[in-house]
Design a protein around this ligand. Structure first.
Ligand code: FA5
Length: 333
């Protein structure tokens, strides 16, 4: 029997060498260690052996059984997950996946937050579905006032709109916190504007608010000058021109010296100035709505488009590029 078992060992080696797929391994399992397999059959014959032969043959059979089982495990590992049933070298180095990066608009938002953090501003948030009260009334837009037409809204239901600007966050924050306060808020806004190179139905805004005793226009100018110089990474001057917003009095349009040129380029329409933010001193009516003492406190607010800031910083010619998600455009930044 010993000879027969040696021949069987050689057959096992040959069979496993030529097996190239999982199905063949299953057949070999049945052939050798299945209930009616060759090795099992030899175990059954053990009873007929002499006392002297039994231990040696027993050992041989056990080692053959272990050999088949370890060959089955080893080969199955190689074949698993491999639909072509090729033998895979698992020690080969893998493919390097390309690293992702932040979308350009996210890069702008992160940079803005970084700059205002260094100026000790907190970050506030508010809902994108907003009540008409917070989006308009509390900000001193009276009902049916034509100023509401400046910001053509998407109405959700009676009393709710998709917020048209981030200014409602001013009101929500002042309702929750007592002065002094310094916050910025960044988020999505929605307007029913016709789509073109500078208008989208969804865009993002930054809002800033600072309230304390004795805050005045020069504080506003100082904060914005630091912000724009940091953002454009060059010394930037500020110009404030009279404007109108229902929630600030007086109100101003904030322009900055063109970050691209010294004296005139297509971006600044050869004026050397670029209009970027709306701003002003918080209207006392807004303070009254949030129960702040408008005799004691003053404050400034400012706001502008995140896409517009990004367009100016990177000389981009069409706002629609940001959300078309063409990887060739996004990969440049
Ligand atoms: C406002 O929305 C005021 N809430 C800003 C403000 C805040 C003024 C605090 C005073 C104090 P305005 O409607 O001008 O202002 O919008 C601000 C900026 O949002 C615009 O300059 C523009 O950059 C951006 N914006 C407005 N509508 C769109 C649009 N449809 N698509 C892209 N950007 C837009």
């Amino acid at each position: 029997m010993e000879n027969e078992l040696n021949l069987l060992a050689a057959e096992i080696d040959k069979d496993f060498e030529t097996a190239t797929e999982s199905k063949a391994l299953e057949n070999l399992r049945i052939k050798y260690v299945g209930k009616k397999g060759a090795i099992s059959a030899y175990y059954e014959k053990m009873g007929k052996l002499s006392k002297e032969e039994r231990p040696k043959i027993g050992q041989l059979l056990n080692s053959l059984k272990n050999k088949v089982e370890s060959l089955l495990t080893e080969k199955l590992e190689k074949f698993s997950g491999n639909t072509n049933n090729e033998i895979i070298d698992f020690s080969m180095p893998g493919y390097k996946l390309p690293a992702g990066k932040y979308h350009l608009i996210s890069q702008t938002i992160r940079r803005i937050k970084e700059i205002f953090r260094t100026l000790n501003f907190d970050i506030a948030e508010g809902p994108e579905i907003e009540t008409e009260y917070y989006n308009f009334e509390a900000l001193n837009f009276p009902p049916h006032h034509p100023a509401r037409d400046m910001q053509d809204s998407f109405h959700i239901d009676k009393g709710h709109v998709l917020r048209t600007h981030t200014s409602p966050v001013q009101v929500r924050t002042m309702e929750k916190c007592k002065p002094p306060l310094k916050i910025i808020s960044i988020g999505k806004c929605y307007r029913n504007d016709p789509l073109d190179a500078s208008h989208l139905p969804m865009f993002q805004q930054i809002e800033g608010l600072m309230v304390d005793e004795d805050i005045n226009f020069s504080d506003l100018k100082g904060v914005l000058k630091i912000f724009f110089s940091e953002f454009f990474q060059k010394k930037t001057n500020i110009r404030l021109n009279p404007s109108f917003f229902p929630f600030t009095e007086p109100s101003a349009e904030v322009s900055v010296t063109c970050p691209i040129c010294q004296s005139g380029c297509p971006l600044c329409k050869k004026s050397g100035w670029i209009e970027l933010f709306g701003a002003g001193m918080v209207d006392p009516n807004v303070f009254r709505n949030v129960k702040y003492d408008s005799e004691k406190y003053t404050g400034f607010a400012f706001g502008g488009g995140i896409e517009r800031l990004t367009i100016i910083k990177h000389s981009i010619n069409d706002i629609r590029h940001f959300y078309e998600n063409d990887i060739r455009f996004l990969n440049q930044f």
